[in-house]
Design a protein around this ligand. Structure first.
Ligand code: ADP
Length: 338
């Protein structure tokens, strides 16, 4: 009798799962830790889905315990893995994924990913009725509707550290360093990095410039003793080599390229990313328990709000105009200090 009553109580507990989809970011592990702890605090059972939508299809779903998240808060990446999934684009595999979740009694999902992942989840919700809340997670900070995406602050810290170190060697050797940051089509990482690292040039798609307009000013700086340049270039422009050659050909300045690449994705999660992971996950779980079925939690003007997939996925992200104006002013050829 006692054991039956006990079992009935157990089966009535709501179950929630979390997965990471697309590119990983530093901040995912702190999010997983908060997920397990807060789910328990709210009396629901937490599950991990390993390797994104692939794990959902392959039934790679495990109960999540405190032991699973011990010691992970300091680590970049994601303990449960992330993936892109071609199969999830097909209805056949989404049905298998839904069967796996339903067999385990999981009715709610938290998805750490980008707008593509949220689009996929919206479809999944419409077809299968599995509620979800998306948490914007990408170092590119290019998701419309949110001022902040998980992972950005840690990535900016990694970039800052790299530029500072490159500056040491650049200044010793009389060189121009052209440093390429990630960002896909968005110049956010490059802009913030250039503004906060004392770069001479910032080249991003959002602020078009004509390189030749800097020539006179840079020549004047060289004649007065400048012995190095730091140029920050967004990968979106795909012209890092051209810029490096410009320094050599037009200014006669030896130039080196440094493509920062995937180091920007890793690293010990910053305090800000740990805190944002904590807050995103807390409010996402609260929202699902309050009955929100298909939303993305966004952070706008210092507040958390819930938006529809269309609000985040229909329009491209635009860097805040105030920041762009500051960048335009600082890096305009007309403001170059002779
Ligand atoms: P991100 O989430 O970073 O924008 P992607 O655009 O690569 O990354 O999307 C991640 C995954 O989301 C894809 O591999 C796919 O499995 C799923 N997905 C994206 N769009 C859809 C869609 N329209 N229908 C179903 N699944 C989708």
């Amino acid at each position: 009798m006692f054991s039956m009553a006990h079992n009935t109580g157990e089966t009535m507990k709501q179950k929630i799962a979390i997965l990471c989809s697309g590119g990983d970011v530093s901040g995912m592990n702190p999010a997983l830790k908060r997920f397990v702890e807060y789910a328990h605090a709210r009396g629901i059972e937490p599950y991990f889905i390993h390797h994104g939508f692939e794990g959902l299809i392959d039934n790679n779903i495990t109960p999540a315990s405190y032991a699973d998240v011990t010691g992970i808060i300091t680590r970049g990446g994601t303990k449960i893995g992330s993936a892109r999934s071609k199969r999830f684009l097909e209805n056949y595999y989404r049905e298998i994924a839904a069967k796996n979740l339903k067999a385990l009694g999981i009715s709610m999902l938290i998805v750490l990913g980008g707008d593509g992942s949220f689009r996929g989840m919206e479809r999944f919700y419409a077809e299968q009725g599995i509620a979800f809340c998306g948490i914007p997670s990408t170092i590119d900070n290019d998701i419309n509707g949110t001022d902040y995406c998980l992972g950005v602050d840690t990535a900016l810290g990694v970039i800052k550290g790299s530029i500072d170190q490159i500056r040491d060697t650049a200044s010793s050797f009389r060189r121009a360093f052209v440093i390429e940051t990630m960002g896909r089509n968005c110049g956010y990482l490059a802009l913030i990095s250039a503004m906060t690292s004392g770069a001479e040039l910032c080249l991003i798609p959002e602020i078009p410039v004509n390189l030749h307009e800097y020539k006179g000013c840079f020549q004047s700086q060289i004649s007065k003793g400048r012995d190095y340049f730091i140029a920050i270039v967004s990968e979106a422009l795909q012209n890092t080599h051209e810029i490096s050659q410009w320094f050599e050909k037009e200014l006669g300045f030896e130039s080196r390229i440094s493509v920062l690449g995937h180091i920007q994705r890793g690293g010990n999660p910053s305090v800000y990313d740990r805190l944002m992971a904590y807050r995103f996950v807390t409010y996402a779980i609260d929202a699902l328990l309050e009955g929100k079925t298909h939303s993305v939690i966004c952070y706008t003007k210092s507040h958390f709000t819930f938006k529809t997939i269309d609000e985040v996925a229909l329009h491209p992200y635009r860097i805040d105009e105030e920041l762009l104006n500051l960048g335009r002013e600082q890096f305009a050829p007309s403001h170059c200090q002779m």
